[in-house]
Design a protein around this ligand. Structure first.
Ligand code: F6R
Length: 594
């Protein structure tokens, strides 16, 4: 989604803005642009990558400026639709992340008043409205303009003759980076990490006026104090560290991520969260909601909570639930969102709370909107995830779910002890999967030659099949479908054959024999079979064409080792096909529009 940055200080703004924009590339974008303030506001923008813009842009002189990476929603990617957008007189420039719902009526109104709008975007109404209301006080004009706007926004405004940045947010994140005689504004922390780790998170309704040495925040027209926070992520965390892609680095970080996440939970003095139904003394039922890969984590959560705590768990896709879902009285919900900024996830949190439901969010981003609006927060400690495809945050979400579920276990004490030991051993088990990287890369070389792939699994590994297919399709562009293995014969089997392989995820659990039968059904249709199976599983060795072995773990933890193998499989398949792994086409890291 769009990324926005602002700078004001003693340095030339252009190189700082371009560097900050480079750090936001991971969010996904199709165009970019900057505006720099000197005696006038100079804008340079195009439908190109940041590096290309850097090469082509003239040297704009000035020590204050704003920048933007655009992920098109209204109007195709093009120079005229790229941000910053200006008013009629070119004195005011605005960058915006979010969606203006009533932009059509505002455009018509502005046009009837003589404003000439030149782009197809919703954003362009903002500088025109500010221009319309400006009477010498930029902050006031911004506040007045925002009253006309329905929708979501994080904006930064620059105006000729005013050495300051005015920023505002509603339903879209915005952070101020505090420097030494310089300040930064950005949609996301990694943008400013090269310069500072001191930040202020703005809240909905805030308007900030930022100069090189002052920050003034008002909410609802009154001065408010927003607490300064220290970002624990380092610049190195947000760099590739010698790996060819962020995704590969992030896959390799997973043993550490599990250790860090578990370590934080174990050392905490308070329980991670209270899942018990309000007014009850135990866990009665649960609703889990999320989008995309986080939804697959929620599905795994259902299997493990139902097995351990023996209570029914319902899982819903957040965007579906927002319009069609019903909640039961006394419900507790867990909303899983690694970014904490996904529009569908935020909407679901708000709706659930309005209906009296207690909401726990599992998120990776401290200070994210989800963390601020949910009733309880469980953080994962995965560090910044830059690659668009979620890997380490997904594994960290699973660790959070295990940790949340275990205290409510109805299983006997010796199994519980074994599970606690198994949980602590997971980093080592994941390291063993990573040791098989070369063999997995070889399998990927084979898989890369196909156009369609099925992923099949049962029980707790059915969502793993969904996630394996999801990862493969998003980064390799191979059509991949995840399927409950028992469903094959009810439809998908029609598509299987020698040109369509199946990746079978086989755990040593109560589904094992049925999985063997399903693999035989697939083989009978001459489909090549690639199995992810436990080391030493001879039956699978005889049946499958390729086997990726994973170390033995309690079957409840099998999603962790199996998913890591599937992440590597997707990575090397995409690499073989020459795909832009970290930034797949049309996708964005933080999906801030519904
Ligand atoms: C896929 C992926 C997405 C996200 C989804 C939800 O690799 O990353 O499917 O899982 O956009 O994002 P969060 O978890 O930030 O709400």
């Amino acid at each position: 989604m769009c990324g926005i940055v602002g700078y004001i200080g003693e340095k030339q703004a252009q190189p700082v803005l371009l560097n900050c924009l480079g750090r936001l590339e991971y969010r996904g974008y199709d165009s970019c642009g900057i505006a720099v303030l000197d005696s006038s506001v100079e804008v340079y923008k195009d439908a190109v990558r940041v590096k290309a813009l850097e090469k082509a842009a003239p040297k704009l002189r000035g020590k204050a400026g704003i920048g933007h990476t655009r992920w098109a929603t209204h109007g195709e990617p093009s120079k005229k639709n790229a941000h910053p957008h200006c008013g009629c007189r070119g004195e005011i420039a605005v960058v915006h992340n979010g969606v203006i719902n009533n932009y059509q009526s505002l455009r018509e109104q502005l046009a009837s008043e003589g404003h000439k709008l030149v782009s197809d975007t919703d954003t362009e109404v903002i500088p025109h409205l500010i221009e319309k209301y400006y009477d010498g006080d930029l902050e006031k004009a911004v506040a007045r303009a925002l009253r006309d706007i329905e929708g979501s926004y994080a904006i930064i405004v620059l105006r000729e003759g005013e050495p300051k940045l005015v920023a505002a947010r509603k339903d879209t994140p915005l952070v101020i980076g505090i420097g030494d005689r310089e300040n930064f504004i950005a949609s996301d922390v990694p943008a400013v990490l090269d310069y500072t780790s001191r930040v202020i998170y703005l809240e909905d309704g805030d308007i900030a006026v930022v100069t090189a040495d002052s920050i003034k925040v008002t909410g609802e027209g009154v001065r408010v104090e927003r607490e300064e926070q220290k970002v624990m992520w380092s610049v190195e965390d947000a760099q590739k560290g010698g790996y060819e892609h962020f995704m590969l680095k992030e896959i390799h970080e997973q043993p550490k991520v599990i250790r860090d996440t578990l370590g934080q939970y174990i050392s905490a003095t308070e329980p991670a969260a209270d899942l018990a139904v309000v007014g009850g003394d135990g866990l009665e039922d649960l609703l889990l909601l999320a989008c995309g890969t986080s939804y697959h984590a929620a599905l795994i959560g259902k299997y493990l909570i139902e097995e351990l705590a023996r209570v029914p768990v319902r899982v819903e896709i957040a965007s579906e639930f927002n319009y069609n879902g019903r909640i039961a009285a006394r419900s507790r919900a867990i909303v899983i969102t690694q970014s904490g900024e996904t529009a569908d996830a935020l909407r679901v949190i708000k709706r659930l709370k309005e209906e009296g439901c207690q909401v726990i969010t599992i998120t990776n981003v401290v200070g994210s909107t989800a963390s601020r609006i949910a009733n309880q927060v469980v953080y994962t400690h995965a560090g910044p995830e830059i690659s668009v495809a979620a890997t380490k945050t997904f594994i960290a979400q699973l660790i959070a779910l295990y940790w949340l579920a275990l205290p409510y276990s109805q299983i006997d004490i010796s199994r519980l002890d074994n599970l606690m030991t198994g949980l602590r051993q997971l980093p080592t088990k994941v390291e063993q999967v990573l040791d098989s990287e070369a063999e997995i890369a070889e399998c990927a070389g084979y898989l890369a030659g196909f156009d369609n792939v099925f992923f099949i699994g049962r029980g707790i590994n059915f969502p793993v099949a969904l996630e394996g297919a999801w990862k493969l399709k998003e980064i390799s562009y191979i059509h991949a479908e995840g399927c409950a293995a028992g469903e094959l014969k009810h439809g998908p089997l029609a598509l299987l054959g020698k040109d369509t392989p199946a990746v079978a995820i086989v755990a040593r659990d109560n589904n094992y024999e049925s999985m063997l039968t399903n693999i035989k059904e697939v083989k009978a249709r001459r489909s090549p079979v690639l199995a992810i199976a436990e080391e030493g599983d001879e039956s699978i060795g005889e049946l499958a064409d390729w086997v990726i072995s994973v170390p033995p773990v309690d079957s409840i933890f099998s999603p962790v080792v199996n998913t890591v193998a599937l992440q590597l499989l997707a990575y090397y398949t995409a690499k073989q096909r020459g795909c832009p792994i970290d930034f797949p086409r049309n996708l964005a890291k933080s999906v801030t529009v519904e």
